[in-house]
Every structure is written in C-alpha cells, then in structure tokens.
Design a protein around this ligand. Structure first.
Ligand code: PEP
Length: 259
C-alpha cells in the first residue's frame, strides 16, 4: 500500500473539559457545520466519558467520529469506576486513545497495560490511537529514539499485521503537550520516519507503509500546514486547540495535504 492510501486524520482530545451535556452540545453544534464539507480527511473528537453518548447522538449524521480517552482492559468485573470496551461500543464510540502521556505520568500507566488495553479495544472493534513520546529529560539526553522504540515494542507486542491495520500511532513529545512549544516539523518528521521504519521491520513493509502516524503537541492553526507537508505525518492529535469550534475547524481544514 502506498502513502496515498493513508487518509489524513485530525483528532481532538478534549481531556477533562466540556464534559457537561450543554458544553459538549455547544462545541459540537458549532463544529459540525464548519467541517461539513471536509471529505479528504477523517475527523475524530474525544470528549470525556460523561458526554460520549450525547456526542455520538449529535454526530450521527456528521462526518465526525467519536472516540474515548481511555478504557479498562477487562470486559467487566470488580473494577470500581472503570469503563470497558463493550461499554464504549454500546455508546456508539469508534475510537479510543490509549497510553496518553497524562495517563502514563499521572496514573502510572505502563506499556504492559497499554498492550492489554489495545487488545481489548481491538477485540471490540474500537480503533486504538496509541500515544508514544519522550519527556523533557529524555529529549535533552537525546533518548527520544530509544524511548519511542521501547514504547512501541512493549505497547504493540504480540499484535498481528491484520490487527496493526486498525491502529493509529500518535507521536506526542511530552514537552510539547500544552506548552505552546511544538516540535519543529523537521524533528517530528525524523521521529515519524523512525517509527515507520521500526514498524516495517517489526511487522512488515505493508504495515510500515499503511499505518497512520499523527503528531501531537501544541498544534495550532498557524503550524498545522508545516506538519501536514511532511511525508510521514498523517495528521495531528490536538488538545487545547480542539476546545473551540472555529479554532479546531481551522486545524481540520488546514492547508491541502500534498500527497
Ligand atoms: C494532547 O493532549 O494530546 C495534546 C497534544 O495537547 P495540546 O495540543 O494542548 O498540546
């Protein structure tokens, strides 16, 4: 499969914001008409658990898919406060973010756990959006490639080529998340092409060619085009700038994706 087959993807991660029904409704009612004519890229928004059902209902006729921000790896059981893959599926959710750096840093989520979550998502036909990326110390110590390689190795362990077709990788350097300090497109491209090469080696050249690798970390309307011009960057994962309909719509529509 050639790169032309990789449909660009723009994901909004709302984190713990806009999680009341009126807030979700206002944001989505603003966004839906702004992106209505976008047909050459996939749009996914990930509200908090509390409004996933409202979001899937509001977007039922729109070109926006709904993702969750996390899931538990078991289908059911004594796991107070947790949400499983079949529960998300029942709400009409199609995607799920797994291993976001905030979950790794603040909730101690290790990559063995990420691996179990991916398995569960795939079992229930949810597309996993798997986040990887180095922290500031690792970046300064020039450990980026080693860290990302290990995250990929542990997180994707045991998956088949067919399962890999459902996976989206998001490279999010932790030092760039929410800081306003995005990686340069040159640096992001270097890491993306490294990830693609490792996936081609670990799985197959087809997996390497076809997998979508998104960049995340302080993406804004004024830097989206430079990322999207890079051959190995297939879209973006957006946090803060996805919380306002007109700002996110500008990112979604960015400049044309030259492929
Ligand atoms: C994120 O939360 O994954 C993210 C990339 O956030 P921001 O765009 O705000 O840096």
């Amino acid at each position: 499969m050639g790169i032309e087959a990789r449909i660009p993807m723009i994901i909004g991660n709302w984190k713990m914001h806009k999680g009341t029904i009126p807030e979700t409704s206002e944001l989505l009612r603003g966004l839906i008409p702004l992106v209505r004519d976008v047909a050459d890229r996939e749009i996914v928004v990930c509200p908090p658990f509390t409004t996933l059902e409202s979001a899937t209902y509001l977007c039922k006729d729109a070109n926006i898919s709904i993702g969750a921000q996390n899931l538990h790896w078991e289908e059911k059981g004594a796991f107070t406060g947790e949400i499983s893959a079949p529960m998300l599926l029942g709400l009409g959710v199609t995607h799920v973010i797994i291993g976001h750096s905030e979950r790794r840093q603040l909730f101690g989520e290790l990559y063995e756990l990420v691996n179990r979550k991916i398995d569960s998502a795939l079992q229930f036909n949810l597309a996993p959006i798997v986040c990887v990326g180095e922290n500031l110390d690792e970046y300064r110590a020039e450990q980026t490639f080693r860290v990302v390689e290990k995250q990929i190795e542990c997180g994707l362990k045991g998956l088949s080529d067919i399962q890999m077709r459902e996976i989206v990788i998001a490279y999010e350097p932790i030092w760039a998340i929410g800081t306003g300090l995005a990686a340069t497109s040159f640096r992001a491209e270097m890491v993306h092409s490294f990830i693609r090469a490792r996936l081609a080696e670990t799985f197959s050249p087809e997996v390497g060619n076809s997998i979508r690798i998104l960049y995340g970390g302080s993406v804004k309307p004024d830097n989206i085009s430079e990322f999207m011009l890079q051959p190995d960057i297939d879209g973006v994962l957006v946090g803060g700038a996805s919380l306002e309909a007109d700002v996110f719509a500008k990112i979604v529509m960015g400049k044309p994706f030259y492929r």
